[in-house]
Design a protein around this ligand. Structure first.
Ligand SMILES: [Zn+2]
Length: 159
């Protein structure tokens, strides 16, 4: 079966038992998670989230960059979240290359893009937390906490 066939079949099963069609748009538990797109991470499962609980913002590296700030400002100012949890992880692919590596591999068309690799996960999470705490549109009352998820144990540890 193709990937599309697989996911539509899985969705048929999900929708056949679905009973949460009346959830409000604002996250019920009033927080947002920022984490990596890594396929080994399932934040809903490792953080105990149900539909309607939290915003989950994902990108390569779980970075708090301009795009993440856009989402967090909407999350907080328009949809009422009160804190963010930033979660990097062990074995992140973003540790394994530099921009120069990518430019050499992909050629000049790639050189306008900063792929935003980083050498230290915990340090990058600390920077992300600080970016959130100091952002004028996220306010002093908006909290930010950082963790690193261990892909070998499934545990999160504070940074
Ligand atoms: Zn990653």
């Amino acid at each position: 079966m193709s990937v599309v066939g697989e996911v539509t079949a899985a969705n048929d099963r999900y929708a056949s038992a679905f009973a949460k069609g009346d959830l409000p748009m604002p996250p019920g538990r009033k927080f947002a998670v920022v984490t990596c797109m890594d396929a080994r991470l399932d934040p809903a499962r490792f953080l105990g989230l149900e539909e309607g609980d939290a915003h989950v913002i994902r990108n390569a590296g779980g970075l708090v960059n301009d795009e993440t700030i856009r989402s967090l400002v909407i999350s907080h100012q328009l949809l009422g979240t009160e804190e963010a949890i930033v979660i990097g992880h062990s074995g992140c692919g973003m540790l394994t290359f530099t921009n120069r590596d990518v430019y050499e591999k992909l050629g000049p068309d790639s050189e306008d893009i900063d792929f935003q690799p980083f050498p230290d996960v915990a340090e990058r999470v600390r920077q992300s937390v600080e970016t959130i705490r100091s952002h004028p549109l996220l306010g002093d009352s908006f909290g930010a906490t950082g963790f690193v998820y261990d892909v070998e144990t499934g545990r999160i540890d504070p940074v």
